[in-house]
Design a protein. Structure first.
Length: 135
């Protein structure tokens, strides 16, 4: 996912994409967010929970068809950022949580780390997921 002019972005930034037949919504707060983003429609309702200088990221699956919905108890989501030299500067894996509509990281990365990794002003975030066979 690309975020052009990342340094000037604020509030909640949303991006939609499809991968392997599933539709996703990615939420990014360049200055951190506050509470579970999947339960709010606007940033005005949020209270500061992200650490000082942190960027927050969450993802949720879009769609209502029960045949095409991934159970969160069967998935781990990873987020990665590389700098212009291809060096990974952020790498996280978010574990599932039965009680949430979205999964991600309150304190994904220091904003300064991401600003230093911009490529021509654009932040590139790789999103990956792994299906887990829990028996």
């Amino acid at each position: 996912i690309r975020y052009h002019q990342f340094e000037s972005l604020s509030g909640r930034i949303e991006a939609s994409f499809s991968c392997m037949g599933y539709h996703w919504q990615l939420y990014l707060w360049p200055h951190g967010y506050h509470t579970d983003p999947s339960t709010y429609d606007s940033d005005e309702e949020l209270e500061d929970e992200a650490g000082e200088g942190m960027v927050s990221i969450y993802i949720r699956q879009n769609g209502t068809s029960s045949s095409n919905v991934i159970s969160w108890n069967n998935i781990d989501i990873g987020f990665s950022v590389k700098d212009s030299d291809g060096r990974e500067v952020v790498n996280t894996v978010s574990k599932y949580d039965y009680n949430k509509l979205a999964i991600g990281e309150d304190n994904f990365a220091l904003r300064k780390t991401l600003l230093d990794a911009l490529i021509d002003g654009t932040l590139y975030i790789e999103v990956r997921y792994c299906m887990i066979n829990k028996s």
